[in-house]
Design a protein around this ligand. Structure first.
Ligand code: FES
Length: 184
């Protein structure tokens, strides 16, 4: 009686072919690796494009607020201007104000208009030559130093420069109620 030899045994014995299962899993792995490389090489630039702006949140820029010749010497002036605030992908325009005191053609003190106590707007009293906050009575002198009231720190000064006859500032806001300046 003739005994039938199994197919796998026939292949093994002849030594003329690679087992089908091994070859298929090899190609599957190579395909997966190539697909991974393609996926990563596409994902990295896309992620950079999407995520990068989040790392440049609230980018601050120099903004012209007044011609330097328009400012009187030693007299605080309230100046309004429009800023573009970039927050990641989001861009908004908003009107801001600062107080500017010109000491010379290239030296100007610029104050944030926000009272460091709890964030009210203060005004300049030309008669007393003091800044006064109506909310809780904080009073500041021309240099921004606290003269009275609950303010925990002097007025917040802002970066300034004079370029091509224009007073330029970088608008910033700070946390209220703290003795030290903490930028928002
Ligand atoms: S917010 Fe100005 S004194 Fe309180």
């Amino acid at each position: 009686m003739e005994v039938e030899t199994p197919v796998s045994a026939q292949h093994h014995e002849s030594g003329t072919s690679t087992p089908v299962g091994t070859r298929r899993s090899f190609f599957t792995r190579v395909t997966a690796i190539i697909a991974s490389f393609i996926g990563i090489s596409m994902a990295v630039p896309i992620l950079g494009y999407v995520v990068a702006p989040a790392f440049h949140r609230r980018k601050k820029e120099w903004v012209p607020v007044s011609a330097i010749d328009d400012l009187p010497l030693h007299e605080p002036q309230a100046l309004d201007y429009t800023v573009t605030i970039k927050d990641g992908w989001h861009e908004t325009k908003s009107t801001k104000g600062v107080w500017a005191i010109k000491h010379s053609q290239d030296e100007v003190t610029v104050f944030s208009p926000i009272c460091p106590h709890l964030g009210c707007g203060f005004r300049w009293d030309g008669q007393d030559r003091l800044f006064k906050c109506p909310c809780h009575g904080s009073i500041y002198d021309l240099k921004g130093s606290v003269q009275a009231g609950p303010a925990p720190r002097p007025l917040d000064s802002l970066p300034m420069k004079v370029e091509n006859g224009q007073l330029m500032v970088i608008y910033k806001e700070f946390k209220s109620g703290l003795s030290e300046q903490v930028e928002l």
